[in-house]
Design a binder for this molecule. Structure first.
Ligand code: VGL
Ligand code: ZN
Length: 191
């Protein structure tokens, strides 16, 4: 798969709290980092999203269910847990989209409450490659929104990991994305 200047890579939420040891740790979440660092080199346009919640965000629960939108407190703005994984290569002038910044609503998609769609269109981008964390939450939501907005969408499967509660949710998310016209590839397919 040859990457064009009209393609963008969207890297979802590769933040410490979503990696092993973090507040909302995803199994093998950190394993996406070297994969993303590698594929990223092919792209002219790279967007990094970050989950960026206020303290006392409505999704935070002391008894989180991980399925109904309640989660342990995570990715609080300007805390260590909200930082990008240390090994993720993020340039100083990186294109960063923050989401989930409202107290009373959650945002799983990078397109929600942001100007991402218009900003991509302004740059003439018509295809987006999606990767990062989590397959069954923010990756899925972003990929489906991108389809609805008319972008061609490719998910880089081995550059994603899922929360996977209940077990099988990540695989189901891949199927849902495919059903919506999202293409699925592996990082090795990208040149
Ligand atoms: C996410 C759960 C809660 C994600 C964000 O980035 O996938 N998951 N907030
Ligand atoms: Zn969140």
């Amino acid at each position: 798969m040859e990457i064009q200047p009209t393609d963008a890579l969207i890297v979802l939420d590769v933040q410490k709290d979503f990696c092993p040891g973090g507040a909302l740790a995803i199994e093998e979440g950190d394993e996406v980092v070297p994969v993303i660092n590698r594929v990223k080199r092919h792209f002219t346009h790279v967007v990094f999203t970050r989950d960026w919640h206020p303290e006392n965000h409505c999704s935070f629960s002391t008894n989180p269910d991980f399925q109904d939108g309640s989660w342990p407190p995570h990715c609080v703005q300007n805390t260590a847990g909200a930082e990008f994984h240390f090994d993720l290569i993020v340039p100083h002038d990186a294109w960063i989209v923050s989401k989930g910044t409202e107290l009373d609503s959650d945002a799983y998609s990078g397109f929600q409450e942001s100007s991402l769609a218009e900003d991509l269109e302004k740059k003439g981008i018509n295809r987006v490659f999606v990767c990062g964390l989590a397959t069954d939450v923010c990756v899925k939501s972003t990929a489906l929104d991108a389809r609805k907005l008319g972008f061609d969408v490719v998910v880089i499967e081995d550059a994603c990991r899922g929360v996977d509660v209940p077990i099988g949710s990540a695989a189901k998310a891949i199927e849902e994305m495919k059903a919506a016209g999202v293409q699925v590839c592996q990082s090795g397919d990208i040149a």
